[in-house]
Design a protein around this ligand. Structure first.
Ligand SMILES: [Zn+2]
Length: 212
């Protein structure tokens, strides 16, 4: 059973091949004709011959650029919602809260990395990646996982899969997989239901942990 038939070596090879190709393309472009935009600008700038020893662009054209290139503003991470939501809040805010709730539940439930004996610095590890929205907040699909195991999971999901099948069985894995590959997105109402269920679970688990 393999989700990702690529091996690590194969993907390294592919990356190297791609880098080769890209280098060749860039080298070729250096020797090719000016691109269309500049070519047309040269025509419309009139019959101004490029000065000897210049940069090959007529003075008229160099002078026409009065403003320096505008720098692109660096991307900033969006603000993450840390407050409990009420019905009517944005879908994004509700999803943020669900992520937080999942994190809290996992922190109470799991004490050890799902794929190794690590007990420190654990994060939420998704068996089917977070992009699979239908199982993103499904507590079967998430476990505590350490950073190295979490990074390895991209290329080698087999460790986590094996662990899951050992604990829950083949059938549970098949069910979860089917759920993960469902089409469509979760609706707003479905998200609210998931949020409420997670809140309930967290309340129960916190009470259990306190009584122990
Ligand atoms: Zn680990």
């Amino acid at each position: 059973m393999s989700l990702n038939p690529k091996t690590y070596e194969e993907s390294l090879e592919r990356a190297a091949r791609y880098a080769e190709k890209r280098k060749a393309k860039l080298a070729e472009r250096q020797h090719s004709k000016p691109r269309f935009g500049r070519f047309r600008a040269l025509q419309t700038a009139g019959d101004v011959l490029p000065p000897e020893g210049g940069n090959g662009i007529p003075d008229a054209l160099n002078a026409s650029r009065t403003k320096p290139h505008r720098r692109r503003r660096p991307l900033r991470p969006r603000r993450y919602n840390t407050n409990p939501t009420v019905d009517g809040d944005s879908l994004r805010a509700v999803k943020d809260e669900c992520d937080t709730l999942v994190r809290s539940v996992i922190a109470l439930r799991d004490e050890q990395c799902v794929t190794c004996p690590a007990r420190e610095e654990l994060h939420v590890g998704h068996l089917f990646r977070r992009g699979h929205e239908h199982v993103r907040y499904d507590l079967r699909n998430v476990s505590a996982q350490c950073d190295p195991c979490n990074s390895r999971h991209n290329e080698h999901p087999e460790f986590y899969i094996e662990r899951f099948v050992m604990t829950h069985g083949e059938q549970a894995y098949a069910d979860l997989r089917a759920e993960a590959h469902k089409r469509g997105k979760l609706s707003y109402v479905e998200m609210l239901a998931i949020r409420d269920e997670l809140r309930q679970t967290l309340v129960e688990m916190t009470a259990n942990a306190a009584s122990r």
